[in-house]
Design a protein around this ligand. Structure first.
Ligand code: SF4
Length: 209
């Protein structure tokens, strides 16, 4: 098997049990199932997909974005599954690596608070070749944009041009979550498909082909 020097880090993450064994906020917040971290770390990909956290379907399959959200994201990027899952082209590192479970209303909980402080700096440091970060949703935007983040996700995504063209490597492009729950948001914000998506597709085409 080909190794790239990151296998030790991948193994360390694969064995992580922090949210199950020593949850940050005590027993009441223990991860309700066995951890299954899902992330694609790459020393060659030039694009990093910084998502939120795996859903149940991804937790069960161990394959990131293996769900309708992934289908929509691939459509936004204009890439097929084979390209999307090519580790030489895309790194996929969510803000929480494990499925966090559901809240009382049956919605996915936010990414686990333990995860980014524990792993993110190390993972990003191991991928200095990344040229474009797709910051999907509020949690990834909070981490990757810091003070450039606007008052909410809509306004942050609306400011995509000034954020994308800010002079710093890697470039960051904020995106809404591709969940079908955001279909109404996409309809209400037609500039997203009309103006942002063509630029996104052009960048992706440049960086993965
Ligand atoms: S979510 Fe992150 S910190 Fe928590 S158990 Fe999974 S890998 Fe570890």
């Amino acid at each position: 098997m080909v190794t790239d020097g990151l296998d030790a880090l991948r193994e360390e993450i694969a064995g992580c049990r922090i949210c199950r064994d020593t949850p940050l906020r005590g027993d009441a917040y223990r991860l309700p199932h066995e951890p299954r971290p899902v992330a694609v770390i790459s020393t060659t990909a030039r694009v990093l997909i910084a998502g939120q956290a795996p859903g149940l379907r991804v937790h069960e399959s161990g394959v990131p974005f293996n769900d309708p959200s992934g289908d929509r994201l691939r459509d936004w990027l204009d890439v097929d599954r084979e390209t999307f899952y090519d580790r030489d082209r895309f790194a996929i590192v969510p803000m929480g690596f494990c499925f966090p479970g559901y809240d009382a209303k049956g919605s996915d909980l936010p990414p686990r608070r333990e995860c980014a402080p524990q792993w993110r700096e190390r993972v990003l440091a191991a991928m200095p070749q990344i040229e474009l970060v797709l910051a999907i949703g509020q949690y990834a935007q909070a981490w990757h944009l810091g003070g450039q983040r606007r008052e909410n996700t809509t306004e942050t995504v609306r400011a995509w041009q000034s954020i994308l063209f800010a002079n710093r490597p890697p470039a960051v492009l904020p995106l809404p979550h591709p969940s079908w729950r955001n279909s109404g948001w996409i309809k209400r914000n037609p500039w997203f498909e009309r103006e942002l998506l063509p630029t996104l597709r052009q960048r992706i085409n440049m960086l993965v082909n």
